[in-house]
Structures are given as C-alpha cells and as structure tokens.
Design a protein around this ligand. Structure first.
Ligand SMILES: Cc1cc2nc3c(=O)[nH]c(=O)nc-3n(C[C@H](O)[C@H](O)[C@H](O)COP(=O)(O)O)c2cc1C
Length: 169
C-alpha cells in the first residue's frame, strides 16, 4: 500500500514556532480549501484568516487558554453561511461540508512544510463576537497553521480490518 506522504506525515501540531508563514504558502493552503467539494456545490462557507496577534490572543482565551492556539501565526476560522440546508439523506450539510475544505487545507499545509491543528474546543459566542460573525451563522471549527516546534508522536489508528468491511457491515 502506498499513501501519499502528505497524508502519512500529517499530525496535529501541539507546539508551534512563532515564525510567520509566507504569503504564497498561505494562499496555496487557502486555495486548496476553495477547491473542496460541497453538497450540491453550494459552497456555503466563509473562512476568516486571522493573522492579527491581538485577535489571536482573544481566540486563545475563547479556546479556554489552549497554548497552541496562541502560538500559531495563522488561525483559519471556518464558518458556515447556511445552517438549514439538509441533504437528500436528511442530514444537515454544514458540518460535513466544512470538513472537506479544512481537510484539504491540512494536506496542502503539509505539502508546504507546515503543520496544522483542528480546534473545536472553544466558546463559539466569544469568537462570533470577536470576528463579527452574523448570529445566524456558525463557527464550525478553527484551523491552526504554522511551523511545528516539535513533532508529536503519531496518534494510533484502528486497524484496517476494524475499519473496513466489504459488502456488509
Ligand atoms: C473535529 C476535530 C476536533 C478537534 N478538536 C481539537 C481541539 O479542540 N484541540 C486540540 O488540541 N485538538 C483537536 N483535534 C485534534 C485531534 O485530537 C487529533 O486529530 C487526534 O487526536 C488524532 O491525532 P492526529 O491529528 O495527530 O492524527 C480535533 C480534531 C478533529 C478532527
């Protein structure tokens, strides 16, 4: 089996350097997200790229003081622009939709020599107010992006056989 190194080497970074990210690298990451698929190609998303240190410090507070949130030179705040749309299978689209661009950004970041960490532990209301996100929208997740200060150990995964089955459950 051969999986691309960007997927194999991605890990959630818990310790970032303060070094800034070059404009080209950042734009490549954002562009990777823009190309992601979405239900009915609705692209009901908006990403707020937070580079302002004061705002980042406030986001760290909203994220209950998680150290790595305050370290990353870029925080991408992934928001939905529609909370109502249900897909034909009855499921709400936005949490699923938002996962694709964030995943694409993660993989592109590794390709750029950068690390990421997805964050969902935060007070949504505090972030909403800080970034003027409309009340009718939701802040779905944050993506920290930056150079890793240290490499975490790989997190264990279930085995192939635990996760996949052919033709029945
Ligand atoms: C939906 C989601 C929410 C997460 N929320 C947080 C979080 O709030 N804080 C954090 O440090 N890591 C968070 N993580 C990172 C996970 O803990 C991490 O992906 C998991 O332990 C597997 O490790 P790996 O990403 O290094 O493979 C989140 C990951 C996902 C996919």
């Amino acid at each position: 089996m051969q999986v691309i190194p960007e997927i194999l080497n991605r890990k959630s970074i818990m310790d970032f350097k303060s070094d800034p990210i070059g404009k080209d690298k950042l734009e490549n990451i954002l562009e990777a997200g823009r190309m992601a698929p979405s239900a009915k190609n609705r692209q009901e998303w908006r990403f707020i790229v937070v580079t302002d240190k004061k705002k980042q410090d406030k986001i760290k507070e909203a994220a209950f003081g998680q150290e790595h949130v305050g370290q990353a030179p870029v925080i991408i705040v992934a928001c939905t622009t529609n909370i109502d749309y249900r897909m034909p299978n009855g499921q709400v689209a936005y949490p699923i939709d938002l996962t694709f661009p964030v995943s694409f950004m993660m993989i592109q970041a590794v390709h750029e020599g950068l690390g990421t960490c997805c964050i969902t532990t935060y007070d949504e209301q505090e972030i909403r107010e800080l970034l003027s996100v409309p009340y009718s929208m939701r802040v779905v997740m944050l993506l920290l992006v930056g150079y890793a200060e240290s490499e975490p150990e790989p997190a264990p995964r279930k085995t192939f056989r635990q996760v996949f089955s052919y033709n029945h459950w």
